[in-house]
Design a protein around this ligand. Structure first.
Ligand code: UDP
Length: 331
């Protein structure tokens, strides 16, 4: 039976790919997005777009008027580790306030399933790598802290109101829709892979590598890059699990790549040089973040279709070449 879902941040990178996956299986989707970082053009055809802020009661009411919703999936948030170190109170307040308002509205409208976009940034100085779900939560940045707060709030929402929740801790979302319909377009762009690709294409100045004096084999930070379509698939499985129980999963491929390895792989995929220089460390960056996704593999049978970094970068490159101006139409 088709279901109807509310997706906040459905005009953003990960959110839009999830909307596409929900529509592909025949579900209905209502997107609530203020378009502060998302793009109307990224909302797949067939979804209803409500342009507005979660913090605006009128916008929230307009969105919930399209219910009843089988689930609420919450992607909309301030999400940059570096920014959160410069504006800690804005990150903590905005993400907490919006998340709580949405949880409260979901409960008030009888929603029983809630999916939170959570993050590897919950783990600021992990002691076990790959990081399992029982690693103590100890964020290295206000961004990670704001997501930790919401994970905690969801525990109370279940205890008091019976709202079941899936907290999906994404490691480094990357790639693009393998069908070429959607891609990554942040303004300003701060993520490594799109910056590497634009540097290769000569569309941006050389990349700055943020620090090469970390305790890693080549001195640069190691991250676990996960294909955005594999993330979307994990959300569909989590929705099924939520019919019986709440879940918390770390989501990555279990393989870490350093910044230098990403550059080298991008050079192979694109056949171009990636001009780069080494700069200082970026505040808030842990040296190594690699996920153990054993729990979601074992419990839900999740298996990434695109685990190879080459494929992830190739899909991102294909979309970028087809959309050099991103979602903005060239003048
Ligand atoms: N990074 C970098 N130069 C850049 C952007 C990112 O060296 O211009 C590094 C960053 O320090 C981190 C990794 O690339 O170690 C991934 O950063 P990104 O911002 O893509 O994701 P995050 O890990 O912060 O979620």
């Amino acid at each position: 039976m088709p279901e109807t879902h509310l997706v906040t941040g459905g005009a953003g990178f990960v959110g839009s790919h999830l909307v596409l996956a929900l529509l592909a299986r025949g579900d209905r989707v209502v997107v609530l997005d203020d378009l502060s970082t998302g793009h109307a053009a990224a909302v797949p055809e067939g979804a209803v777009l409500i342009t507005g802020r979660i913090g605006d009661p009128d916008a929230l009411a307009r969105a919930f008027a399209h219910g009843p919703f089988a689930s609420v999936l919450h992607f909309a948030a301030l999400s940059l580790v570096g920014d959160s170190m410069r504006e800690p109170y804005r990150y903590l307040a905005e993400n907490a306030k919006n998340g709580l308002a949405l949880i409260e509205a979901a409960v008030a409208h009888g929603v029983t399933r809630f999916v939170l976009s959570s993050t590897a940034a919950l783990f600021g100085a992990p002691t076990t790598i790959p990081i399992p779900e029982d690693e103590p939560i100890d964020p290295g940045s206000p961004y990670g802290e704001s997501k930790a707060w919401l994970e905690r709030a969801l525990i109370w929402a279940e205890r008091i109101h019976g709202l079941r929740s899936a907290c999906l801790r994404y490691f480094n979302a990357a790639g693009a829709d393998p069908g070429g319909r959607l891609g990554e377009d942040h303004r300003p762009e701060t993520h490594l892979i799109p910056l590497v690709l634009d540097a290769a294409a000569g569309r941006r100045p050389p990349l700055t590598v943020f620090g090469d004096d970390y305790p890693t084999p080549d001195g640069t930070c190691i991250r676990d890059y996960i294909h955005v379509a594999d993330l979307a698939e994990a959300h569909l499985l989590a929705l099924e699990a939520l019919t019986t129980r709440s879940v918390r999963y770390n989501l990555g491929n279990g393989t870490g790549y350093s910044v230098r390895e990403v550059i080298a792989t991008a050079e192979r995929v694109t056949g171009r040089r990636v001009p780069h220089t080494v700069g200082p460390r970026r505040a808030g960056d842990p040296p190594v973040l690699v996920a153990s996704s054993r729990r979601i593999r074992e419990e839900l049978g999740w298996a990434p279709r695109y685990p190879e970094l080459e494929t992830i970068i190739a899909h991102a490159w294909a979309w970028r070449q087809a959309h050099p101006d991103g979602y903005r139409q060239p003048r």
